[in-house]
Write a protein that binds this ligand. Structure first.
Ligand code: AHR
Length: 652
């Protein structure tokens, strides 16, 4: 009985003290040292791009017509439907006779017998076609006529209700394939417009490669990339861009692996293949998901230039995805794959007199792209990978010692295959090891010190794909907060973690397969998730020299890192408080520092761990910048509950 009373009293006391401390800020002292422990990689925070979730075709590559080449299999008419106005009769058929070229074997034929009100076909775009008022588009198409006289072809822009809002006419078609072009200007805004190709007189036309490119692209590049999406990337000041993936590097089968040489040159010569995310998830079936390669390797390199990121191409190593077919290239047939890697280095860096440097120059870029790194294999594991990787490594190291080589450590962040991978990589050699982790928030919080004791003498780490996955896989604040906590560990170990990227990057809200993602978009709008803003404030406030921080007091769920900026005069302190209550922090700076009283702070916080941004409410959770006053060698700060703070202190 006596024991029970004591126990009840103890429980009551605990309840009281917990609720009491919830009301009172908790005092922690963080002491920053002036003894550097290393340098943070200047390209620590970067980007991972893969054409998943319609991130490429239908997203970053803003060409609006889906299946304009009539190459989608098994249904080459996918994305198109017949348009029959009034008493019209005609046929829409798919043909393979005298194709445009061998990479583009299929085309469509329109035959009009009875004109009526017009006969043609309508393209649905990528879940609609996004148009804005006054926006101009370059339309192009290959046409020939099987018999003269050839009818004219009317290009119509339809709104979501099917009403024609703009049109243009092409004519004078010959009996041989030829490209025809016109400009269409949209008088309205609509995220679900359509494009129709209409014939208004008897006759017949063969058509192929119908393309509708917006003129207003990032940096005004012709056939360039979607402006708002690239802008979001550029604002992150990314150190690097990993491309083209991801699993699409591997392909479900070797035949459908990513082959960079098929993605360059004239758009009509780029050989379309199925996107492996087309059928990957039964509950997210996307039978209309293909890779046109309008966004190909030249465009990736140009994108890197445009956003100031170092290019990091990842190449197939002679293996198809190990989660799918696991097809393998026999070791004695690996040479063409290795040659692809050598040729890519020449394409990127070779003089214009070299075979592939000349190709680059002919595509309008005589200057080299300054490729410094190349990844061999995406998410491969096991000895079958390492025996292939080793062959690449030997040749690349010998012929291109200036290029850093990235090896895979598989899809897991720990365990048997991961340990075996690191062991084999140390034996064979690599400059960087690609680690992937898609784990729950608790894993990220528990792994903030993952790299504190990593070997500083071996290969460096490329955290090539990571994201915190909450149970419902939403991009909520809980996920972003745990990523921020983990990123303090990346920066504290920025001497051994050379590069890191959240994954995946983009998702179309009407056409995604995978969540969470960093940036979401529809046909006209886009927004950054809380994770995007975490990445952004870390990347745009990366320091150069690592300074240790020690905590005294109740510092649980408080994560921090400190660095000196490149100017040597700015102290950057990042503080992540995962506690659901405000807390008071005393910051203690070294006596050797002479802080100016006025600094700045960027704060990203929400008491609601389920908070998200959305297409209609894109700025619900965004960083707020404000002055930081009263800075001294010892000063106090109130950290809001569940917050990420970046302090910038001027050291005079
Ligand atoms: O980012 C999505 C997928 O996750 C990538 O394609 C793959 O590398 C990883 O399994």
């Amino acid at each position: 009985m006596h024991g029970t009373i004591i126990a009840l009293f103890f429980v009551a006391f605990m309840l009281f003290s917990v609720s009491d401390s919830a009301a009172q800020p908790i005092d922690v002292t963080l002491t920053v040292s002036d003894k550097p422990t290393g340098k943070i990689s200047p390209i620590l925070h970067g980007l991972f791009f893969e054409d998943i979730n319609f991130a490429g075709d239908g997203g970053l590559y803003p060409q609006r017509i889906k299946n304009g080449s009539f190459e989608f299999q098994p249904d080459p008419t996918r994305g198109w439907r017949k348009l029959e106005r009034g008493e019209t009769s005609g046929q829409f058929s798919i043909r393979k006779d005298n194709p445009l070229n061998e990479n583009n074997p299929t085309h469509a034929r329109l035959v009009v017998d009875e004109v009526g009100g017009g006969f043609g076909i309508v393209n649905e775009g990528f879940r609609g076609i996004g148009i804005t008022k006054g926006e101009k588009f370059d339309f192009s198409i290959y046409v020939r006529t099987p018999r003269q006289p050839a009818p004219n072809l009317t290009i119509e822009l339809h709104d979501n209700d099917g009403k024609t809002v703009a049109s243009a006419e092409l004519n004078g078609f010959a009996t041989e394939w030829k490209k025809y072009e016109c400009v269409i200007e949209s008088p309205i805004a609509d995220s679900r417009a359509r494009l129709a190709l209409v014939i208004n007189e008897p006759g017949s036309l063969d058509i192929d490669m119908a393309l509708l490119h917006p003129q207003d692209t990032f940096n005004g590049r012709k056939n360039g990339l979607r402006k708002d999406l690239v802008q979001l990337l550029k604002e992150m000041k990314p150190g690097f861009l990993r491309f083209p993936g991801g699993c699409i590097v591997e392909g479900r089968t070797l035949e459908n692996r990513y082959q960079w040489k098929h993605t360059i040159g004239d758009l009509s010569q780029r050989k379309l293949i199925v996107n492996r995310w087309n059928t990957e998830f039964a509950h997210k079936d996307a039978p209309d998901y293909f890779q046109s390669f309008g966004l190909g390797f030249l465009e990736y390199f140009l994108l890197c230039e445009d956003i100031g990121a170092k290019p990091v191409p990842i190449l197939n190593c002679g293996m198809a995805c190990q989660y799918n077919t696991s097809e393998l290239v026999p070791l004695d047939e690996l040479q063409p794959y290795i040659q692809d890697a050598l040729d890519l280095i020449e394409f990127a860096n070779g003089p214009v007199t070299s075979t592939w440097g000349k190709v680059r120059a002919e595509m309008g870029h005589p200057q080299p792209f300054n490729l410094e790194m190349i990844g061999i294999g995406n998410e491969q594991w096991g000895e079958r990978y390492f025996e292939r990787y080793e062959r690449f490594f030997k040749v690349l190291r010998e012929k291109h010692p200036e290029i850093k080589i990235i090896s895979s450590s598989g899809p897991q962040a720990d365990g048997k295959d991961f340990d075996y991978g690191w062991k084999r990589i140390r034996e064979i050699g690599a400059d960087l090891v690609d680690e992937h982790y898609y784990r729950p928030p608790q894993w990220f919080l528990g792994n903030v010190h993952r790299y504190d004791n990593y070997d500083r003498n071996g290969p460096k780490v490329f955290a090539g794909e990571y994201a915190s996955h909450v149970g419902n896989r939403r991009n909520d604040w809980e996920a972003a907060l745990s990523e921020a906590a983990f990123m303090t560990g990346l920066e504290r170990n920025g001497d051994v973690v050379h590069m890191a990227a959240y994954a995946p990057l983009f998702a179309h809200i009407d056409a995604w397969q995978w969540a969470p993602n960093l940036i979401w978009f529809d046909n006209l709008r886009s927004y950054g998730t809380p994770s995007y803003y975490v990445q952004k404030i870390f990347s745009t406030n990366r320091g150069e020299t690592i300074l240790p921080v020690t905590a005294n007091g109740p510092a649980d769920q408080l994560f921090s890192c400190a660095s000196l900026g490149e100017d040597g005069k700015t102290l950057i302190l990042k503080l992540v408080s995962v506690q659901p209550r405000d807390r008071k922090v005393t910051v203690h700076l070294p006596d050797s520092f002479n802080p100016r009283p006025a600094g700045s702070q960027i704060v990203l916080s929400s008491k609601d761990l389920n908070a998200v941004n959305s297409i209609d409410e894109p700025k619900r959770l965004v960083p707020v910048e404000k002055p930081l006053n009263g800075v001294k060698n010892k000063f106090q700060l109130l950290l809001p509950a569940s917050s990420v703070s970046v302090l910038r202190i001027n050291l005079g």
